[in-house]
Design a protein around this ligand. Structure first.
Ligand code: NAD
Length: 299
C-alpha cells in the first residue's frame, strides 16, 4: 500500500508554523512580512492563482498588495513598477504572476526584481546561488517538493531520481537540487524532456520519479518499477460533466494505475499544489528577515 504524500495537510502545518512566527514578530513589535504581487491582464486562471496567494498571506497574518495592470501596459511601465517596489522598504517580497502578455519579456521583468525580494526564486542570482548550493530563494514548487520529501523523511541519498520536464520553474531546478549535496539531495539524477528517446527506459529505473510535463495521465503503470516514489507536479483541467465547474484537475501520472506500484505518491489535487503556496509564504518570511542574503541559516 502506497503512502499518500498529503501536500494539503503538510502545507497547513507549514502555514501554521509561519502564522506562529508572525504572531511572535507582532508581539515583539517587529516588521510584519509584506508580499506584493503583480498581475497584468484578466486571465481567469492567473487571477485565481494570484488571489489564492494573497488570501494565503492574509491567513498567516502577512501584509499583501495586489498590483493590477491593464494588459496594454508597456514593458517600460512595468519595469518602472518593479523599480518602485524594489525601492519600497515596506515590501519584502515581489512576485509577478505569469504568463505576461506577448509584448512583455518575462526575463526582463523577473531579472529586474532585486534578488533580495525575489521570493519566486527566478532571478539569475538566486538560480546561480541555488546551483552553487549557497543560500538562495528557491522557486516555490521545487522548494515545496523538497519540504514534502523532508517531512515524510524520504531517503534521497544515492537514489536514482528521474525528473521529466526541464522548465525553469520546476524540472530544471528540481534536477539541480536533487543532485546537490545535503538532504534532500545527494541523488543520482537523470533529467528527461521532450527529446529524450525511449523515455520509459529511464522512468523504469527511477527510485524517485518527479514529473512536470503538463500532459494528463502521461506516466502509466508500465513506465515505473515496483516501489517507486512518485511526485506528480502536473495540473491540467480536464472536462468532467459530473463536476459543477465542468472540469476536474488531473496530474501527469495515471494515479489509479500507478498507485498500486508505488511506495509513496502525491495526489492531484492536494499534493504538490498546496506546497507551492506554503513555500512562497516561507520565502516571504525569510525575505522579511533578509535571511538568505544576510547569511542566516536557511532550512
Ligand atoms: P512546461 O509546460 O514549461 O514544459 C513542459 C516540459 O515537459 C518541457 O520541459 C518539455 O521538454 C517536457 N515534455 C513535454 N512533452 C514531453 C514528452 N513527451 N516527454 C518528455 N518530456 C516532455 O512545464 P512546467 O511549467 O514545469 O509545467 C508542467 C506541469 O506542471 C503543468 O501541468 C503545470 O500546470 C504544472 N505546474 C504545477 C505547479 C504546482 O504548483 N503544482 C507549478 C508549476 C507547474
Amino acid at each position: 500500500m502506497a503512502t499518500i504524500l498529503d501536500g494539503k495537510k503538510t502545507a497547513e502545518e507549514i502555514k501554521g508554523e509561519i502564522e506562529e512566527q508572525v504572531k511572535q514578530i507582532k508581539a515583539q513589535g517587529g516588521k510584519v512580512p509584506h508580499l506584493a504581487a503583480i498581475l497584468v491582464g484578466n486571465d481567469g486562471a492567473s487571477e485565481t492563482y494570484v488571489n489564492n496567494k494573497v488570501r494565503a498571506c492574509e491567513k498567516v497574518g502577512f501584509e499583501s498588495s495586489l498590483l493590477r495592470f491593464d494588459e496594454n501596459i508597456s514593458e517600460e511601465e512595468l519595469l518602472t513598477v518593479v523599480e518602485e517596489v524594489n525601492a519600497n522598504d515596506d515590501i519584502d517580497g515581489l512576485i509577478v504572476q505569469l504568463p505576461l502578455p506577448q509584448h512583455i519579456s518575462v526575463e526582463k521583468v523577473t531579472d529586474r526584481i532585486r534578488p533580495e525580494k525575489d521570493v519566486d526564486g527566478f532571478h539569475p542570482e538566486n538560480v546561480g546561488r541555488m546551483a552553487k548550493n549557497l543560500p538562495a530563494y528557491i522557486a516555490a514548487t521545487p522548494y515545496g517538493i523538497l519540504q514534502l520529501l523532508k517531512r515524510y523523511q524520504i531517503e534521497t541519498k544515492g537514489k536514482h531520481c528521474v525528473v521529466v520536464g526541464r522548465s525553469h520553474i520546476v524540472g530544471s531546478p528540481m534536477s539541480i537540487l536533487m543532485a546537490g549535496s545535503g538532504y534532500p539531495g545527494d541523488a543520482t539524477v537523470t533529467l528527461c524532456h521532450r527529446y529524450t528517446e525511449n523515455l520509459e527506459e529511464f522512468t523504469k529505473r527511477a527510485d524517485i520519479l518527479i514529473v512536470a510535463v503538463g500532459i494528463p495521465g502521461f506516466v502509466t503503470a508500465d513506465m515505473v518499477k515496483e516501489g517507486v516514489i512518485i511526485i506528480d507536479v502536473g495540473i491540467t483541467r480536464v472536462e468532467d460533466a459530473s463536476k459543477k465547474s465542468g472540469y476536474r484537475l488531473k496530474g501527469d501520472v495515471d494515479y489509479e494505475q500507478v498507485y498500486p506500484k508505488s511506495s509513496f505518491i502525491t495526489p492531484v489535487p492536494g499534493g504538490v499544489g498546496p506546497m507551492t503556496i506554503a513555500s512562497l509564504l516561507w520565502n516571504t518570511l525569510l525575505a522579511a528577515q533578509d535571511a538568505v542574503y544576510s547569511g542566516i541559516e536557511v532550512e
